[in-house]
Design a protein. Structure first.
Length: 280
C-alpha cells in the first residue's frame, strides 16, 4: 500500500500543485515583476526600476498607515488573546450551558467584514452622537472602534482553539500539581500555560496576521477618516492602486513590501513561540 501511494503521489499531487501555481505562485511572481514597472494594465508597463519603491517613502501616508497598523495590531493581539484565554478558562470549568455560551461567543466570527464594520459604525456613532461627534471626528475613536470590532469578531474563534488546548492537558499532570500543593497562580503559570503553548502559537499567529491584513472592517468602519489618520496598510495599498491614476506600480510595490513585512513578522513570531513549546 505504501509503495502504491509513493508511486502515484505525483499524479495525485498534480491538481493541487497546479491550483497553487495558478492562484498564488504565478500572480505573486507577476506582482513582484510589475512593482518595477509603471503601468495601467499588465500589457503597457514601462520599466522604472526602483522608482516605485522610492515614491513609497516620499508620501507620508504609507508611514502613517504603517505606524497605525502596528499600534492597532499590538493592542488587538494582546486584548483578543487575553480575552479568549479568560473565556476558555471559564468555559472549561463545567458550567451549565457551556456549549450554548461557546456557540454564542463564536457566532460573530461568521459575519462578513463589511457588514460587521457597518453594524459597529452604527452602534458606535449612536453612543458618540450624545457628545455631538462621530467615529471619524477624532482618530482615537476610529482606533478604539477598530479594536473593539476586532475583539468582538475574533475572541470567540480564538476561544475555541484555547478550549481545545486546555481540554488536552493531562488530568494526571493537574492532579499531580494539586497533590504537590500548587495554588491557582502556580497551576496557571507552571502547568496550564506551558501546556497550551501550541494553542498560543496558533492564536498569536492568526491575530497577528489578521491585524496586519485588516481591510474590510477598516473600509466599512472609518474608510481611513479623518484625513487618512485611521487608514491601515491594506486600505492604503488599495487606495494607492485604484485611487491614484499612474500610481498602480507604486501600489504594487507597496503590496510587495507589505507581503515581506507580514511574512517576516509572522515567521519571527512562530519561531519565538515554538521555542517556548520545546521548553515546555
Amino acid at each position: 500500500m505504501q509503495k502504491s501511494i509513493q508511486k502515484y503521489f505525483a499524479l495525485f499531487a498534480l491538481p493541487g500543485l497546479l491550483c497553487f501555481a495558478i492562484a498564488f505562485l504565478i500572480p505573486m511572481v507577476m506582482g513582484i515583476v510589475l512593482s518595477f514597472f509603471k503601468f495601467t494594465t499588465v500589457t503597457d508597463g514601462v520599466f522604472v526600476g526602483w522608482d516605485n519603491y522610492r515614491k513609497i517613502f516620499i508620501n507620508a501616508d504609507f508611514i502613517s498607515a504603517l505606524w497605525f497598523t502596528i499600534k492597532f495590531t499590538i493592542v488587538s493581539v494582546v486584548t483578543i488573546n487575553l480575552g479568549a484565554f479568560i473565556l476558555a478558562m471559564l468555559l472549561t470549568q463545567g458550567l451549565r450551558g457551556t456549549n450554548i455560551y461557546r456557540t454564542i461567543f463564536f457566532m460573530p466570527n461568521l459575519i462578513g467584514g463589511i457588514v460587521l464594520g457597518w453594524i459597529w459604525q452604527v452602534i458606535i456613532n449612536g453612543f458618540l452622537l450624545k457628545s455631538g461627534v462621530t467615529i471619524v471626528s477624532d482618530p482615537k475613536y476610529g482606533f478604539w472602534g477598530l479594536v473593539v470590532l476586532m475583539n468582538w469578531q475574533n475572541i470567540g474563534y480564538m476561544m475555541v482553539i484555547y478550549i481545545a488546548g486546555i481540554q488536552n492537558i493531562s488530568h494526571d499532570l493537574i492532579e499531580a500539581a494539586q497533590i504537590d500543593g500548587a495554588g491557582r497562580w502556580i497551576m496557571l503559570k507552571s502547568v496550564i500555560l506551558p501546556s497550551v503553548m501550541p494553542s498560543i502559537t496558533i492564536c498569536t499567529f492568526l491575530t497577528l496576521t489578521n491585524g496586519f491584513k485588516l481591510f474590510d472592517q477598516n473600509l466599512a468602519l472609518t474608510a481611513g477618516d479623518p484625513g487618512k489618520q485611521t487608514e491601515m496598510l491594506a486600505l492604503n495599498i488599495f487606495n494607492t492602486f485604484y485611487g491614484r491614476s499612474g500610481f498602480e506600480g507604486v501600489g504594487q510595490a507597496k503590496a510587495v513590501l507589505f507581503t515581506i513585512l507580514v511574512a517576516f513578522i509572522a515567521l519571527t513570531q512562530l519561531r519565538l513561540t515554538r521555542s517556548k513549546e520545546v521548553e515546555a
